[in-house]
Design a protein around this ligand. Structure first.
Ligand code: FAD
Length: 256
């Protein structure tokens, strides 16, 4: 089954074409399609590769064998509400981190030291369940190149309300304009935001896009920004930071 998605509405940065997307409701090979989750970390051009998305069959949450099992199409907000209701701790930051379980796991998304892999037990792939110990993962990185269908988590900790408060405070200094989160990964021992600021790009605009005045590593869509506007700003930041600091910024945003 296919559906038409307007990425200028669906993606968090509100940039992208109207495109046909294959909806996957049973485990199957991707056949050269790029799998999207909630498009919270994507910058999509007018000429993207063939796209696929997981359908409602993979949108579920259950407690099974005293573990939390979450389908990969399930949104972070729904997982947060479920955990709060059932007094399950360890995923409190999901109240402030947009994404689907598949996208969160693929990116090892998180806030500060709280990452989705912390309480992970295993992930379901097409033919196997892979234990955490068999997966290579790090800061915004995993070596998973297949479709993730579900993640299973430890539920030993109780839900921690003070962490919810902490994550709300952390988010208070983030821009509210459409974005795809942090554009670049933080280089080791430094911060991409500090570097972008240091080369004079904080608040710098191109067309409808800008490096945010509030948080320099956020590429924001202020007013009908185009893919080209965003790419211009990404290249400009990479070039200037390299010229001045000899540091190669690596995109966290995935460009299609
Ligand atoms: C305002 C804002 C704040 C953000 N803050 C943070 C933050 O603090 N920390 C952080 O880590 N991220 C942050 N992000 C980025 C984003 O929330 C995460 O990267 C999230 O994991 C993206 O999930 P998604 O479902 O939207 O994935 P998408 O953006 O759709 O895709 C991201 C990647 O995941 C892959 N993917 C998606 N689904 C699957 C699947 N089922 N199986 C295999 N691969 C899959 C895609 O192929 C792609 O490679 C922020 C984004 C926004 C908009």
């Amino acid at each position: 089954m296919n559906k038409i998605v307007d990425f200028s509405k669906f993606s968090s940065i509100k940039i992208g074409p109207i495109a046909e997307v294959e909806v996957i409701n049973e485990k199957q090979p991707l056949n050269n399609h790029f799998l999207i989750g909630g498009a919270n970390n994507l910058l999509i051009s007018n000429n993207p590769p063939p796209l696929a998305i997981l359908g409602k069959e993979f949108n579920y949450i259950k407690i099974e064998d005293n573990q939390l099992k979450v389908g990969a199409a399930t949104k972070s907000g729904r997982v947060f509400s479920f955990c709060k209701k059932h007094n399950i701790g360890g995923l409190e930051y999901l109240g402030k981190l947009p994404g689907t379980m598949g996208g969160l796991l693929k990116m090892n998304a998180g806030m500060k030291s709280y990452e989705i892999f912390n309480n992970l037990i295993s992930i379901d792939l097409e033919n196997i369940t892979k234990e955490k110990k068999d997966i290579d993962f790090g800061y915004r990185y995993t070596d998973i190149h297949e479709t993730i269908y579900a993640g299973t988590f430890d539920i030993k900790q109780p839900f921690n309300y003070s962490l919810v408060e902490e994550f709300s405070i952390m988010r208070a200094n983030q821009p509210s304009n459409p974005s795809a989160g942090s554009a670049f990964k933080n280089p080791q021992g430094d911060s991409a935001g500090r570097l972008i600021d240091a080369v004079g790009l904080k608040g710098f605009k191109k067309g409808g896009a800008s490096w945010s005045k509030i948080h320099a590593n956020f590429l924001v869509n202020l007013d009908n920004a185009t893919f080209e506007d965003a790419i211009f700003l990404i290249k400009e930041a990479k070039n200037r930071v390299f010229e001045e600091f000899k540091i190669e910024l690596e995109e966290e945003i995935i460009i299609l």
